[in-house]
Design a protein around this ligand. Sequence first.
Ligand SMILES: O=C(CO)[C@@H](O)[C@H](O)COP(=O)(O)O
Ligand SMILES: [Co+2]
Length: 217
Amino acid sequence: MKNKIAPSILSADFGNFERDVQKLEAAGADVLHIDIMDGHFVDNLTFGAGVVAALRPHTTLFFDCHMMVEHPEKYILPLKKAGANSMSIHVESTPHLHGTLQQIKNAGMKAAAVINPGTSVELIKPVLSLVDMVLVMTVNPGFGGQKFLPETIEKVSMLDALRTEKSLHFEIEVDGGITDETITSAKRAGANIFVAGSFVFNGNIEENIKKLKNKLK
Ligand SMILES: O=C(CO)[C@@H](O)[C@H](O)COP(=O)(O)O
Ligand SMILES: [Co+2]
């Protein structure tokens, strides 16, 4: 599976999204990770479909929306209209995981299931044949700049094994505390999409993306 770097705009300059997103694209980012938080599911509030729509004309990057919200189903049509390409839904956020993933696919977007560090792979086994991607949180959701939790990597290996066993094709994304050091264990375990916020934006964006890509060779 193709390795992809997915910078998170949570660490961008909120007053200069257009400039920062264009910098990311020019620097070789593969995916734009958009952290949508509602101040309820997590203790932080970011942006919604309005900002996604405003960014859409400025880049051709794939828009990967990480939904840290209650009632994720309410965001499907507005985000589709705004130009989002995928939505990742936390298993902890809805009793209707399967139905919500189905609705996302029916709307014409890619669908992903997300598990928090304290959530077991067991809970998403029933939807593995439906999803395009699984996102394993490698920090607790809500904020950028946290320390990578190495104990979460075992779940990436478990998902990689399940994928082979069941002949499935979902991608595996990791998110939180990814640096040019932590990326290696995630890749070895079977992840192929690497979200990075603070590591990419702290210093020179182009050099930092290069440092991550070099570890994937
Ligand atoms: O979803 C989240 C946080 O909840 C992430 O996408 C962060 O934005 C990643 O930031 P770093 O840990 O790479 O600084
Ligand atoms: Co995220």
